[in-house]
Design a protein. Sequence first.
Length: 70
Amino acid sequence: MLLVRTSMEVEDTSMCPSCLSGGIGPGYIAAFAICILFFLLAFAAMLWASRNGKLEDLEETKFRMLHDND
């Protein structure tokens, strides 16, 4: 976004990643840490599911509802 001042100076207020002179801010670090946390939780859930046999027979459950036990 460009702002035009009355003295005909043009100031560029858009921030691109290479324009950050102060490095990565704490918001980016927190967002990256949250993403890593969610990835690790999802990976742990997949490991738990595969070790406990939850992913062994995914097809059987949809056919089980069709069987009449009466």
